[in-house]
Design a protein around this ligand. Structure first.
Ligand code: NAP
Length: 173
């Protein structure tokens, strides 16, 4: 049943030096990737860290926004709070069932990717082909545990910092 077995998918854009963020925001402007992100996450439950939520600044439309924080009094309009990853996953599965969604999107940042990597089934990896300054990094993945199921390379568009590739990885069972 959709929801019960919802896949856990990390959705991340990573530069060639593993950078994912800088000074609380993204380390680049990459319009093509924002469009891809919207498409991949639409109509799904999202799990994100409190810092990533604050960098986005508002709930993302058409999706359940679940924010993981240890601060029990944290609240913001349009978001659901989870005190830890386990609670976030329970809530996300419930929301996936209600929507009939087959996937839960984990959208960062580094702390939340680190926590969820061991339970992730899939990674939507946007490789951004340059090496910007950054202070937040995607955790190293054990390549032996992942199979690349698709890869598409694109030249930078007018509103992109660099060429990029959309890659999908699936955990080898
Ligand atoms: N390139 C990309 O695809 C991408 C995607 C997302 C984010 N980013 C970037 O990544 C950076 C943010 O990442 P980050 O690692 O600093 O922060 P983060 O993972 O977004 O959020 C960290 C916060 O999550 C909460 N948290 C973490 N572990 C927890 C646990 N075990 N239990 C309960 N709460 C927990 C804590 O919130 P409290 O402090 O409130 O307790 C912690 O401060 C930004 O620069 C952002 O732009 C990049």
């Amino acid at each position: 049943m959709a929801g019960e077995d919802a896949r856990i998918a990390l959705v991340v854009a990573v530069a060639e030096n593993d950078v994912i963020g800088w000074q609380g925001g993204l380390a680049w402007h990459q319009s093509s990737d924002l469009k891809f992100f919207r498409k991949v996450t639409m109509n799904k439950p999202l799990i994100m860290g409190r810092k990533t939520f604050e960098s986005i600044g508002k709930p993302l439309d058409g999706r359940d926004n679940i924010v993981v924080t240890r601060n029990t009094s944290f609240q913001a309009p349009g978001i659901l709070i989870a005190a830890n990853l386990e609670d976030a996953l329970v809530l996300a599965r419930e929301k996936a069932r209600a929507r009939g969604a087959d996937e839960i999107s984990v959208i960062g940042g580094a702390q939340i990717y680190e926590l969820t990597l061991p339970v992730a089934d899939r990674i939507y990896l946007s490789e951004i082909h340059y090496s910007p300054d950054g202070d937040t990094f995607f955790p190293r993945i054990n390549k032996a545990q992942w199979r690349e199921i698709s890869r598409e390379r694109h030249a930078a568009g007018a509103k992109d910092a660099a060429d990029y590739s959309f890659v999908v990885l699936e955990r080898i069972r």
